[in-house]
Write a protein that binds this ligand. Structure first.
Ligand SMILES: NC(=O)c1ccc[n+]([C@@H]2O[C@H](COP(=O)([O-])OP(=O)(O)OC[C@H]3O[C@@H](n4cnc5c(N)ncnc54)[C@H](O)[C@@H]3O)[C@@H](O)[C@H]2O)c1
Length: 596
């Protein structure tokens, strides 16, 4: 017989606790909600009220159900109020000594059969459990933020947690409408172990002025389809909590430098910039607790004039290359009204590219996204050439030839001779240093990276790479061009992986290492990232789509540039590539696609 949970206790009604109270009360379970003081209790009550009122306003909860929900919650100061609950979930700040003290007291006040659970993100559940006389009834129940929304719960069993307790808690999660993954007690469990290295890296990018906060966040949202950018997510998590999680993961998780909290985080916490809950973190919010971002002194100007500050006028664009990227880029520029000169290595190649552009534009017409007249106008704006000489009068050149430095350098040297002064010369390289290409010309100030994503006509993001020699005008021009194409241009420095790949691939590599260590399964890891963090695909699904060989090559470059031990490619990834299991294109990668 599964255990009945009719009343549960929640300790600490902050970011997580208030949401956890809501989850239980929504599902018909009585809750005793406990805080340390009256003001803290009032704050917790206000959070619950605001959240349920929002749900009513959005039509997700009936007013009568909200009232019933509130009636199920009993608020109290101090742990003794928990004397008769069946289960307690602790959600106080991420400090081991505080949690141990609370568990020792819970052990004294709660019924002997009550289960004691912690919502810790990174501390050892085992160490917390030994503060009680019933470590076999202590378990981790790790909810995700915001608890009422995110479907995932990580259930963390220690070596002494009794199997019945694990089974009872799993059944409870199902009753709450959550999906659980049950795992052993390791720092960061699944999701945070994969998430926090990435978040910390994003903060380091911001701290070093590698890219602006809006650009880092936009890059990950638009480039990877994430529900929010890393800095906005840090604000949601709470910078104090994030700092403690990183610090614990660093100490417990093998002193991986990528988990050593970036110094800026500590400074922000000390300054009281805790994120949404304090009204200011990486962004400024309308008021403490509000999700609404308001402009502050770091907000970039949004006016067209501001965007185009110092930008040069661009009317005619040259695109060099005949591959997938060049084809997509030609289409994007022509559709946006630019005159385009396509240069390939021969008439035959030009004919192929021309056909591909036509086919793609026709698809747009068939799908009702493009008028026939607009298609014809776009095609009419493109001229086809097999010689670079036709680029003598363009205002911008976008190079999208093979990813080989010697080829690109030779091309840029030629462009330098042919193009008029003041032209912006852009490379679409995804992995070579832009400065190497720039120095093949006598005008490195005019050279930028324009890293389009594949397929270019669809993907809304372009990384604008400025080298240490790029002029502000060239950067402004590139950004203005992106805006005119209807894309978001994010500006970043000239380092391996720019923003998106530098943040994405180490995370994917970490997932492979976690699988390799047999901590969890590919299915559970994919679930955890999708249901706990709202990712559109799990890491193994994404790796199979991207191609394991591509992922390995990018990861190798990141490792070679930074020599960061944590970036070393996972041996399992190397082996799968060697074995020819490259992902969907080989019909087998982490999963077998031949029989699906
Ligand atoms: N923030 C997140 O995104 C997130 C996600 C999952 C898990 N967690 C984990 O949840 C726990 C809570 O984190 P948070 O972000 O909600 O913290 P928080 O700072 O927002 O809230 C902590 C609450 O605990 C209360 N508290 C402190 N001492 C107490 C005591 N002795 N008795 C009762 N209440 C006390 C505080 O008044 C505060 O309201 C941490 O272990 C954290 O790692 C956080």
């Amino acid at each position: 017989m599964a255990r009945e949970f009719s009343t549960v206790g929640v300790v600490g009604l902050g970011t997580m606790g208030a949401g956890i109270v809501e989850v239980f009360a929504r599902n018909g379970i009585d809750v005793v909600a406990v805080e340390i003081s009256e003001p803290a209790l009032e704050r917790g009550r206000a959070t619950l009220t605001a959240s349920t009122d929002r749900a009513v306003a959005k039509g997700k909860l009936a007013a009568a159900d909200r009232d019933a929900l509130h009636e199920r919650v009993h608020f109290a100061v101090g742990l003794p109020a928990l004397h008769s609950v069946d289960l307690v979930i602790e959600a106080v700040p991420e400090h081991l000594d505080l949690k141990q003290r609370i568990f020792a007291e819970l052990d004294r006040v709660c019924r002997p059969e009550a289960i004691l659970a912690t919502n810790t993100s990174s501390l050892s559940v085992t160490e917390i459990s030994v503060a009680t006389t019933r470590p076999n009834q202590v378990i981790g129940i790790h909810f995700f933020n915001p608890a009422p929304v995110m479907k995932l719960v990580e259930v963390v069993r220690t070596v002494v947690t009794s199997p019945e307790v694990v089974a009872d808690v799993e059944a409870l999660c199902a009753r709450l409408g959550k999906v659980d993954v049950t795992i052993n007690d390791r720092a960061g469990f699944i999701a945070n172990a994969l998430l926090f290295g990435y978040l910390n890296h994003a903060v380091a990018m911001f701290e070093s002025h590698y890219a602006a906060r809006e650009d880092i966040d936009a890059a990950m949202k638009l480039g990877c389809g994430l529900p929010m950018g890393p800095l906005a997510l840090m604000d949601l998590i709470g910078l104090d909590t994030a700092y403690e999680i990183l610090d614990t993961m660093y100490r417990r998780g093998g002193r991986d430098r990528r988990h050593a909290p970036v110094p800026l985080l500590k400074q922000m916490v000390t300054a009281g910039l805790l994120g949404r809950k304090s009204g200011r973190g990486f962004y400024t919010y309308e008021r403490p607790g509000s999700p609404v971002v308001v402009p502050d002194e770091a907000t970039p100007p949004t006016t067209e004039a501001g965007l185009a500050d110092g930008a040069r006028a661009i009317a005619k664009v040259g695109v060099v290359g005949s591959g997938t990227m060049a084809t997509g880029i030609i289409e994007v520029f022509a559709k946006a009204g630019y005159e385009v000169v396509s240069v390939t290595r021969g008439a035959e190649k030009s004919a192929t590219v021309c056909e591909a552009v036509k086919t793609s534009l026709n698809k747009g017409v068939v799908r009702g996204r493009l008028a026939e007249a607009d298609r014809d106008a776009a095609l009419g704006r493109i001229s086809w050439s097999a010689t670079l000489d036709h680029l003598a009068d363009v205002d911008l050149v976008v190079e999208a030839v093979v990813e080989e430095l010697s080829v690109k350098k030779a091309l840029f040297a030629s462009l330098d001779e042919i193009c008029k002064p003041g032209v912006v010369l852009a490379t679409t390289t995804s992995s070579l240093p832009v400065i190497d290409v720039a120095m093949a010309t006598h005008r490195p100030a005019d050279v930028v990276g324009l890293h389009f994503f594949n397929p270019a006509p669809v993907m809304p993001l372009v990384e604008v790479v400025r080298t240490i020699r790029t002029s502000p005008e060239a950067t402004a021009t590139a950004r203005a061009v992106c805006a005119a194409l209807g894309k978001t241009g994010v500006v970043c420095g000239d380092r391996s992986g720019f923003i998106v790949n530098a943040l994405l691939f180490p995370y994917l590599n970490d997932a492979v290492k976690m699988l390799e260590a047999s901590y969890s399964t590919a299915d559970d890891i994919d679930h955890a990232m999708k249901l706990g963090c709202g990712y559109p695909m799990g890491p193994f699904e994404l790796l199979d789509v991207v191609g394991l060989d591509v992922a390995l090559a990018i990861q190798r470059e990141l490792y070679l540039e930074l020599r960061e031990p944590g970036f070393a490619p996972a041996p399992l990834l190397e082996h799968l590539v060697t074995a020819g299991y490259l992902g969907r294109k080989a019909r087998r990668g982490f999963r077998d696609h031949a029989h699906r």
